[in-house]
Each structure stands twice: as structure tokens, then as C-alpha cells.
Design a protein around this ligand. Structure first.
Ligand code: SF4
Length: 425
């Protein structure tokens, strides 16, 4: 009998959590509340603390991808003259704000018009588009720099980056006080950060439990489980959700119950972004070989905590963004992944190449070669994209996975007689 996937009960609550977030957003907008568009790595916490409703357009792109709507929105952007090579998250956003689709037909009613925008230009293309949107909506655009932590950076240089970031954040707070006519509430910020930290820790505890054999969930579950964290950050609802998730995963670990009904034979690393619109097919495809992606860097990017100091909220926010595993030079990223894969008892690497994401693709070939060299494990490179399904070919991806799984099976069976088999499909 084909291996079946075991669904997580806690995840049944996710659609309600997501819908409730969008209901809240639209209610706030209709009641005259302020709405901010915030790019993924921006210091949204200071806006939430000032009672400004935060909306993440990149997160909306991922949700549209999961809902199967992003392809059409990307095409809408192209009919307006944007290149298909432009990041599909941005095209999804352009399609929703400027496309030819009535708002009531857009997922969750689309993005509400912003009253203010905050951008941290963490990847190419973001700033230019955000500037255009701020001109279109005629609202202020606040920009916060985020220097990249290059491999050769000294401790002093990192400290300087953090101090510069704190200064920028203080300027943003002064601007927000003028913009809202309210004093900044530092206690509220601390309270929200405490909830955010708690939810992050609980979620990451769950991701870490995948070191167990069998893993209590796959990375496809972990990717989906980023949504409540993203949308309900800084709230007790997020803490409750992740406590329940962690308890369910801990129970699975205690009973040696994995994410598959049958045996877990192959444990894999997944690189780069999720392909939300193909989650179900990919989960089933790997399950058909009794394989599970048990680790990926993406879930660690959200809520990462290398021992940050919550007692110093502004420093915490700056370091939280700056020290993300993605914001590193190539050597730093390889070391980070290599460290992460240790202890997960891996059999191979699935290197997803997200066609229009310049940032996550950067250096991926070197990373793949180095990982193969360092670990001796095989790798497969598959092409996909976060929001544009036209860059994903079922036959090509499935063919590559079939060949890869054959290599893994051969390697497993040849372990005893020490035969050599290829390490790249
Ligand atoms: S990181 Fe990649 S997917 Fe995200 S906005 Fe930048 S280019 Fe687009």
C-alpha cells in the first residue's frame, strides 16, 4: 500500500486564524484605523505597538500562492508591462493593486490601501517598487537599511551596523509619533515582543523536533505553519496556536509517530523557498517513496534567536532582522546550513531553485557543490517559483525526483557492499 501522510490536527485551525486576520484588517480599515504596508524584514513591531494595523504584501503573495491565485495575478502584472523575470511576489502584488480583477474576487479582498509604508530593501527590486506604490497611494514611505553581514565582517563592524539600525529605528519612532499624534508606548512594545518571542520559541521547538526519527512533521507542514506566526505576531493567539502544535508534535515524538502512516525511509534537506501552490503534490510525491523533507532553512528565518536581549527592545528588533541566517555572506550561509543538517540524519538534499528570487538563488550552486563535497550526500536541483506556477513543470520535477529517489535507494542498498553511486541527479 502507498505510504500516506498523517495530517496534524492543530493545522485544522489555521484557515480560521488566517481568515480572522484579514477580517480584522478590513474592519480596522473601514473604521478609519491606520494601515501600514510593511516589507518582510521591516521593524513592524514599532508600528503594531502604535496601534497601526500591519499588512505584509510578501506574506499576501505566499497566501495567494497557497490559495492557487498567484499565477493569474502575476499575469496581470505582465499585461501592464512588467517583465516575467521580476520577482513573482512583487508581480502578485502589482496584479492585486493594479490588475483587472474586481476586489471582491481577490483572495481576502486584496490588500487594503496603505496610509503609510515601511520598507527594508532586503533584496533587489523591492525599494523601486515600494517607491512607486508610495507615490501612487500618495503616502509616506519610510526606509530602513539593512546591511548584509559579509563573511569578512569583524565584531566591531557588526556592532556598528546594530547601532546604526537603532538610530534609524529611533528616527522612525519620532516620525510615527508626529504622524499619529500619539506618544510611543514602550511598555506595549515590550509586551508584544514577549508574545512574539514566546510564539517563535514554541514554533522553532517544533521544527527542532524533526531531528527525531521519524520526524513528527515534514517541512511542508513547517512552511504552512509560518502563516499564523507571520500574521498574528505579538499576540496571545499565536502563542496558543504554537503551544498546541508543539504539544501535538511532542506527543508524536513520544510515541515514535511520524508524518507518514508508514515507514520513513529517507530524510531530506529542502533548500530555498517553499512552492506553496504545489505543497500537496510534493508532499504526496515524496511520501510515495517514504521520503520526508525534515529540515530547511526557511522556517528558521522567521523568529530566529541567537540569544537576543528582550530587555533592550530596539536592539532586539534590529538584531532580529540583521542576524537572520539569510542575511549572511556565502561562507556564513554554507556553515549555517551545514550546522543545521548535522543531527538531522539526512540522506540527501533537494535544492529548489526559485526562478524569480534573485536573493535566495544567490550562490545556490556553490552551496550545493560544497554541501555535496562536505557530506558526500547526493543532491537534486528542481526548478520552481514562489508565486508563479508557470515556472514549475510537473513532468520535469517529478522526473528529477524519480531519478533522485532511485539514487537514494541504490545508495542505501549499496551501503553494505560499498559500491559507488552518483551523487547528483
Ligand atoms: S526575497 Fe525573493 S521572493 Fe522575496 S521579495 Fe525578494 S526576490 Fe521576491
Amino acid at each position: 500500500m502507498e505510504n500516506q501522510v498523517r495530517p496534524l490536527k492543530t493545522m485544522e485551525k489555521m484557515p480560521d486564524l488566517i481568515n480572522k486576520y484579514w477580517q480584522d484588517v478590513w474592519e480596522r480599515k473601514k473604521n478609519g484605523g491606520l494601515v501600514a504596508w510593511v516589507s518582510g524584514a521591516s521593524p513592524f513591531q514599532v508600528l503594531s505597538a502604535m496601534d497601526i494595523q500591519v499588512v505584509w504584501p510578501e506574506g499576501y503573495g505566499s497566501l495567494c500562492s497557497a490559495a492557487g491565485a498567484s499565477g493569474e495575478l502575476c499575469q496581470q502584472a505582465e499585461t501592464l508591462g512588467y517583465s516575467p523575470d521580476l520577482c513573482s511576489v512583487l508581480r502578485n502584488q502589482i496584479g492585486s493593486t493594479h490588475g483587472n480583477i474586481a476586489p471582491e474576487k481577490l483572495p481576502w479582498g486584496g490588500l487594503p490601501d496603505p496610509d503609510i509604508m515601511v520598507c527594508q530593501p532586503y533584496c533587489p527590486g523591492i525599494y523601486k517598487m515600494w517607491k512607486k506604490w508610495s507615490e501612487f497611494f500618495n503616502v509616506p514611505l519610510l526606509v530602513m537599511e539593512r546591511g548584509r553581514i559579509h563573511d569578512a565582517f569583524t565584531k566591531e563592524e557588526c556592532t556598528q551596523l546594530v547601532n546604526d539600525g537603532i538610530e534609524e529605528l529611533q528616527e522612525i519612532i519620532i516620525f510615527l509619533e508626529r504622524f499619529t499624534g500619539r506618544r510611543f508606548d514602550h511598555d506595549r512594545l515590550s509586551q508584544r515582543l514577549a508574545f512574539e518571542r514566546k510564539a517563535s520559541d514554541l514554533r522553532l521547538d517544533g521544527v527542532e523536533m524533526c531531528r527525531n526519527i521519524p520526524a513528527p512533521m515534514s517541512m511542508f507542514d513547517a512552511f504552512a505553519n509560518i502563516f499564523p506566526w507571520y500574521l498574528r505576531r505579538g499576540t496571545p493567539e499565536a502563542v496558543t496556536y504554537y503551544q498546541e502544535l508543539k504539544d501535538e508534535l511532542a506527543e508524536r515524538v513520544a510515541h515514535k509517530t511520524g508524518s507518514l502512516m508508514g515507514e520513513e525511509k529517507y530524510r531530506l534537506y529542502w533548500d530555498n523557498l517553499p512552492v506553496y501552490y504545489k505543497t500537496e503534490e510534493l508532499t504526496q510525491k515524496f511520501a510515495s517513496y517514504s521520503a520526508v523533507p525534515v529540515v530547511a532553512y526557511f522556517p528558521y528565518v522567521f523568529g530566529f534567536d541567537p540569544g537576543l536581549d528582550l530587555k533592550n527592545p530596539l536592539k532586539y528588533i534590529v538584531e532580529f532582522n540583521l542576524l537572520s541566517p539569510l542575511n549572511r555572506g556565502l561562507t556564513g550561509r554554507i556553515e549555517w546550513i551545514n550546522k543545521m543538517v548535522e543531527g538531522f540524519s539526512l540522506d540527501g538534499f533537494v535544492m529548489q531553485r526559485s526562478r524569480t528570487c534573485l536573493m535566495n538563488n544567490m550562490g545556490q550552486e556553490n552551496i550545493t557543490e560544497t554541501l555535496i563535497e562536505k557530506t558526500g550526500l547526493p543532491a537534486v536541483v528542481i526548478e520552481g517559483d514562489l508565486c508563479d506556477p508557470r515556472f514549475y513543470s510537473d513532468s520535469e520535477v517529478n522526473g528529477k525526483i524519480d531519478a533522485f529517489m532511485e539514487i537514494l535507494a541504490l545508495r542505501k542498498s549499496s551501503m553494505d557492499n560499498m559500491q559507488t553511486v552518483p551523487i547528483r541527479s
